[in-house]
Each structure stands twice: as C-alpha cells, then as structure tokens.
Ligand binder design. Sequence first.
Ligand code: B12
Length: 154
Amino acid sequence: MNSLIALRPGKRKRILLSTGSSDSHTWNLVFLQLLLEEHGNEVINLGPCVPVKVLMDAVKRHQPDAIVVSSVNGHGFLDGQRIAEALRSDSVGKDIPAVIGGKLGILGDDNKQYVDELIEAGFDAVFTDSSSPEVVTTYLGELASSPEQRELSS
Ligand code: B12
C-alpha cells in the first residue's frame, strides 16, 4: 500500500511485524501492516505462526528500527515471553525497541495482569486490547529512526 505521507529518504522506520509461534490469526497483522505503512513506515510482515528462530533470523537479516508483536489467540503472554527472552539475549536484538499487543490471554480486560511480566521479560511497551491500535504508531513515532540515532539519543 502506498504511504499517505511523504518522508525524506532515511526517515522511514523499518518495522518487523510478527506474531508468536502458536498464533494463526492473520487479519490483525494485515490491519497493523496497513496502519504502520499509512504512518510512513516500511513493514516486514512475517505472517502467522512465526517460530522464534524465524523471527530472530529476520531480526538479524533486516536489523529493524522496531519490532511489533501482535497476538490474539490467547497465548500471547507465553509466546511473548519466549520472543522477549530470545531478543534480549541476542547481540543484534538486545537493543531494538519491541512492543507487543492484542488479546494477550483469554481473560478479557484482566489480560492486563500480563503486562508487568512481559515488560520484565524485555518488551519496551505492552498494549492490551482496550487500547486503540493507534497507540503503537504514536509510540513508534517517538523513537529515533536508526540504531545510530538511538545510540546518540541514549
Ligand atoms: C477470524 C478468527 C479466526 C480465524 C482466523 C483466520 C485468519 N486467517 O486470520 C480462524 C477460524 C482460523 C480462527 C482460529 C482460532 N481462533 Co479465532 N477468531 C477470529 C475472530 C472471529 C476475528 C479475528 C479477526 O480477524 N479480527 C479482525 C482484526 C483486524 O482484529 P483483531 O484480531 O481483534 O486485532 C485488533 C486488536 O486486537 C488490536 N491488536 C492486535 N494486535 C495488536 C498489537 C499491537 C501492538 C496493538 C497496539 C494492537 C493490536 O488491533 C487490531 C485491530 O483493531 C476472533 C473474534 C473476534 N471477533 O475478534 C476470534 C478469536 C481471536 N479467536 C479465538 C480463538 C480461541 C481461536 C482458536 C484458538 C480456536 C480454536 N480452539 O481452534 C483458533 C486459533 C488457532 C491458533 N493456532 O492460533 C479467540 C481468542 C480468545 C482470547 N484471546 O480471548 C477469539 C477472540 C474468539 C473468542 N471470542 O473466543 N480464528
């Protein structure tokens, strides 16, 4: 999909979009890809049921500015922990901003009980289903756009 806003070359963020290995839902990923692209980002969408190794290979290959994980099948709090552990123990992945959101468990509004453990596992932000998906574009918009810029601003 074409971007709706013009950005100078070098200003686009590269976002790696994924879900967990257990999750076969796809429209959440399609929705987020379109939303992120409309906000001027380049999106690499790994599709459904992504094993942690496939995600980590993609992290190394694409070196994204940020990683967005979406999960809706109710296992997000478990898949998310495995993703965060792999990411934060990897020399390339350890400093890349990563967020997770969607229906992270099967407890409805009480899924917010998983927020702290996902943050502790290594996510920079956790969004429950009660928040508008646009929170993610706002959050990503506030990040510096390249590893070099991230280093300079830290
Ligand atoms: C379509 C659907 C399916 C299809 C998926 C087809 C496909 N190719 O995608 C099929 C039939 C395959 C399916 C299977 C299953 N499903 Co289903 N499915 C749905 C359904 C009806 C719609 C999902 C959808 O496409 N929504 C449209 C997208 C655009 O919206 P979304 O997914 O809600 O995502 C939004 C938000 O969550 C949020 N969001 C999502 N991720 C992120 C990330 C960030 C960072 C942010 C900020 C926001 C965000 O933004 C999105 C847009 O608003 C929902 C019920 C419902 N009405 O939501 C159940 C639902 C998601 N499924 C559910 C379940 C349990 C399953 C199964 C486990 C059932 C089973 N026992 O086999 C399997 C999953 C198997 C697996 N391995 O994952 C449950 C999950 C329960 C929970 N988490 O509380 C739901 C909620 C149904 C229910 N009420 O019980 N499903």
